[in-house]
Design a protein around this ligand. Structure first.
Ligand code: ZN
Ligand code: ZN
Ligand code: FE
Length: 764
């Protein structure tokens, strides 16, 4: 008996060769009908014998193309139509509110790479070679469905040869939307001294020559520009630092293959898997001693951020050349990555000696993703290219929310049904350019996923640009604004990606977050579910002399602890710290503390690390956020079991951790001339131990055994592994973050989930 079924498949099914796959699969059975991309996903209408049709449906799940991901299949049996043959129908938009998942950008595949370097192939050295299994996706897509006319490839008309590949079901470029060749597709060109160089054969070979001479190039990548130079050339790296006005913040590297990376970094199995993953993130790896890389690439840091090439253009630049190239985001100061040719030529002119451009537009700018392997899992430092726009999928549905995130490393999130779409890393929301990038991305995401938020969520901090903007939209569109406390959002982001709805003990360790008592929080123990939180413990408040200024000058926080502990006697302590400090500066801090001038109270864990780093003698001033803490971590030696003392006491209903004795002990160690490496490890061990200790007390009181860890401090390798192992040894169930960054890049996810859960109590 013949039947007809209409099948709608949701998931990552567009731009991953799904329709050709269906077309091929149909050939194995005697079926007829059609398939098309809709804004729901992939829809097909198929007729055939019951058994064959059912076999076909189970075949879909079994033989899925490598990049496809099925979330849901809807099947409806309908009256027969009498289809003849099978064909791919032109996409059409059926429902205005349907949405499909869009694929992230995918690094060049093996087949394309082989063709790229094959002199007999018609795409030999063509820098935009791609196929159904690889190439640009998110960065070129303007709207769904994912068809060429909805991408920035729409301005290129395929030549007859490309067109025939595109139409030939047997071809691996069948329906590959960005399909192109040197006759019909995008081209690269070189600019120098504001002029396009017309009479050069191969702009890429020319760029290689310039890089080898020590010049700095602005190179257009997949999601935006990179500033590139030879990473082994000290002079070039120093020049890049000077021109980019970047003192010590590490630069990312790109090398041709794993063999090259192995020359300067240690690569463990799990790290290797991450590097070769088709998302091609930057992976933080341990430096090898005596390597060829300029020490200026990542001074004061025992790691290097490294990635493998991901576009054909990168492969052409790096094949047989360079141990590593610096490939750092092409932007100025703290502004977003630049994606537009004209803008690059104007803004990067001061830094770059030459420009390697191409004429395909980047629609969605997207930085490189950054991650590190901690406790055998990947921990995101930055989630962007290769991972967005993959959603976080929940076991429960949310109201439609637009969450605007925090301030640093910001992202925005949209919730829709049981999905949360977390945007690419947008940057530190401290200037108009980043706010504009946020607004532009927001519109693009809203359109792409057909969302119509009824709630705006933001941070509690009254001065964040994101909070102000949320209030502005709230008033303008008459939408409810829900403000979510920063550390609560951190913990819920961890709960959400682990699909936990019940109450947990949340440990949030980070730099700065506005507390509901108006103080600066950052070392918090919260009892949380998705509806409410209760602060049950925190690091003791100490004043932060100078407010934000103290973040860049860790010595201020060290002195705040010391002065609070020892009072005016502190100056008589004969420590290296006192010897390094300017007496007048210390007196000013004392006055500020005595008179409570610009010295807000903080329970920040990040500041505790800063203070320890300064007192131990590792770093008194920093040039980028978190630098002192990272350096302190890199000093840790393994095998140290000792720790410093601490005190936990109860104040009302809250537990307070007072690290006073940590500082007294460090001063003792300083006097005894203990090695900094040992002190660093002892300090970390102490933080791990008081975390366990307080979690134990909270478990005693509540019976809750599940711990969610979040906050930027959990990017600290040594500390995180220590805390997890201590907690697990004591039978806690520990949840950490693998899908979104534990830093403020995950805040918008937590906000969306809190605001989108029913009966949220956090409305204002
Ligand atoms: Zn390919
Ligand atoms: Zn062509
Ligand atoms: Fe935070």
């Amino acid at each position: 008996m013949k039947i007809r079924k209409n099948i709608i498949i949701k998931g990552i099914v567009q731009g991953v060769g799904f329709r050709p796959f269906i077309h091929k699969l149909v050939q194995n059975y005697h079926l007829s009908g059609w398939v098309l991309n809709s804004n729901q996903g992939v829809e097909m209408d198929i007729e055939g014998k019951t058994e064959e049709l059912n076999n076909f449906i189970s075949g879909i799940k079994k033989k899925l193309p490598p990049l496809a991901r099925i979330e849901k299949i809807d099947i409806n049996q309908l009256p027969l139509r009498g289809y003849k043959g099978f064909y791919i129908k032109k996409s059409m938009i059926k429902e205005e509110d349907g949405f499909v998942l869009v694929s992230p950008d995918i690094s060049i595949c093996k087949d394309c790479l082989q063709e790229l370097f094959d002199p007999h192939n018609r795409r030999f050295r063509y820098p935009f070679i791609n196929c159904t299994n690889c190439g640009p996706r998110f960065t070129i897509i303007k709207d769904i469905p994912y068809d060429r006319e909805n991408t920035t490839m729409s301005s290129f008309k395929m030549c007859p040869q490309c067109q025939s590949e595109y139409e030939n079901i047997e071809n691996r470029r069948y329906h590959a939307q960005p399909n192109a060749c040197s006759d019909c597709g995008p081209r690269v060109f070189l600019y120098q001294n504001k002029k396009k160089l017309e009479d050069i054969d191969d702009p890429i070979k020319e760029a290689v020559k310039l890089l080898k001479k020590g010049e700095i190039g602005a190179i257009k990548g997949l999601g935006g520009f990179h500033l590139a130079c030879d990473a082994t050339n000290n002079k070039a790296v120093a020049k890049l630092r000077r021109l980019k006005n970047r003192e010590t913040k590490p630069f990312a590297l790109m090398s041709f293959d794993l063999e090259k990376i192995n020359q300067y970094c240690e690569v463990k199995k799990k790290e290797e898997e991450c590097l070769i993953n088709h998302s091609r993130p930057i992976v933080l790896l341990k430096k090898k001693k005596n390597n060829l890389i300029s020490p200026l690439v990542a001074p004061n840091n025992n790691c290097l951020g490294v990635m493998l090439p991901y576009t054909p253009l990168h492969y052409l630049l790096l094949k047989d050349n360079f141990t590593a190239l610096i490939m750092t985001s092409g932007n100025i100061a703290n502004q977003p990555i630049i994606g537009d040719n004209q803008e690059a030529l104007e803004k990067l002119d001061r830094i770059a000696d030459f420009f390697l451009l191409y004429n395909r537009d980047i629609f969605n700018r997207c930085d490189d993703s950054v991650l590190k392997i901690i406790n055998n899992d990947n921990v995101f430092f930055r989630r962007a290219r290769g991972y967005v726009p993959h959603p976080i999928i929940l076991d429960f549905k949310l109201k439609e929310v637009l969450a605007l995130g925090g301030e640093l490393k910001n992202t925005v999130s949209f919730s829709r049904e049981n999905y949360v779409f977390l945007s690419q890393y947008l940057g530190d929301l401290k200037n108009l350019e980043t706010l504009n990038f946020l607004k532009k991305s927001m519109l693009s995401w809203k359109k792409m996923f057909r969302t119509n938020p009824e709630i705006i969520a933001c941070d509690l901090h009254p001065d964040y640009l994101s909070t102000k903007y949320a209030e502005e939209i709230g008033v303008k569109r008459k939408l409810k604004v829900i403000k979510v406390q920063h550390h609560y959002a951190h913990i819920v982001s961890c709960m959400a990606e682990n699909n936990i709805q019940e109450r947990v003990i949340g440990v949030a360790y980070d730099g700065t977050g506005y507390g509901d008592d108006g103080n600066i929080w950052g070392g918090e123990f919260l009892l949380c579910d998705l509806k409410e939180y209760l602060r049950v413990g925190h690091l003791k408040y100490y004043p932060l002399p100078g407010g934000d200024k103290a973040i860049m000058e860790p010595w201020r926080m060290a002195y705040s602890y010391l002065y609070s502990i020892f009072g005016s006697k502190v100056k008589t302590l004969a420590t290296d710290f006192n010897r390094r400090m300017d007496y007048n500066k210390l007196s000013i801090i004392e006055k500020m503390l005595d008179k409570n001038i610009n010295s807000p109270l903080t329970s920040s864990c990040g500041r505790l690390f800063d203070a320890a780093a300064s007192l131990i003698g590792i770093r008194d001033e920093i040039s980028y956020e978190g630098e002192a803490a990272m350096e302190l971590e890199s000093f840790c030696v393994s095998g140290i079991k000792e720790r410093y003392k601490f005190r936990i006491y109860k104040e009302g209903e809250e537990f307070i951790i007072d690290p006073q004795e940590v500082f007294i002990d460090i001063i003792k160690d300083l006097k005894e001339g203990i090695d900094k490496k040992v002190m660093a490890a002892k300090f970390h061990n102490t933080v791990a131990e008081f975390t366990l200790n307080l979690c134990g007390k909270i478990r005693e009181n509540t019976g809750i055994n599940k711990i969610a860890l979040s906050g930027g401090v959990f990017q600290n390798h040594y500390l995180t592994e220590k805390i997890i192992s201590l907690l697990e040894k004591n039978d806690f169930r520990v949840y950490t973050q693998r899908k979104v960054p534990p830093n403020d890049g995950g805040i918008s996810l937590g906000q969306a989930v809190v605001a989108g859960s029913e009966e949220s109590v956090y409305s204002i």
